[in-house]
Design a protein around this ligand. Structure first.
Ligand SMILES: [Fe+2]
Length: 161
């Protein structure tokens, strides 16, 4: 799959999970949070390892620096949530802040970054990049619970190369 299609598909999946968790009761909430955290961990990893370095140039660099800072903010919220019980009075509020941060990040990628990337990179390049990203995503899921990597990534934003 084309790299941008893959990322957009992941964005839609995570939006659905946020809609579900807002309506969920506590047991289901834990499962849904684990799913959201796994999905965001995989998404951030394939962007940071493949998509951002491969698409970095003078036109995208500023947006990419901002993107990895946004990932960092998202990872810090996920790390907090991993330590919380779902019935903690702050849990729902933190989920809401996570959702807002993710929505903002998704909008910037889809409205600003992806259109620039599409202009510079050919369909074939994006197809090859997508294959690489799908492979890494699969590997991370096979290792199990990709969210558990997140707390070790909260020190600083990921490097862009
Ligand atoms: Fe991202």
């Amino acid at each position: 799959m084309n790299a941008i299609e893959l990322l957009e598909q992941q964005h839609r999946e995570v939006e659905k999970l946020f809609d579900k968790i807002e309506k969920a009761e506590s047991e289901e909430k834990q499962e849904l949070f684990d799913e959201i955290a796994d999905a965001l961990a995989v998404h951030a990893a394939i962007e940071e390892q493949h998509f951002y370095p491969a698409t970095k140039d003078a036109r995208t660099e500023e947006l990419l620096h901002e993107a990895v800072e946004e990932h960092l903010a998202v990872k810090r919220i996920i790390a907090d949530l991993l330590e919380m019980e779902v019935d903690d009075p702050q849990f729902d509020a933190k989920i809401k802040v996570l959702k807002e941060q993710v929505e903002h990040h998704v909008e910037e990628e889809e409205k600003q970054l992806f259109p620039k990337v599409k202009k510079v990179h050919s369909k074939d390049e994006l197809e090859d990049l997508g294959i690489l990203m799908e492979r890494t995503a699969r590997e991370l899921k096979e290792q199990g619970a990709p969210r558990m990597q997140v707390p070790s990534e909260t020190g600083a934003a990921a490097p862009l190369d």
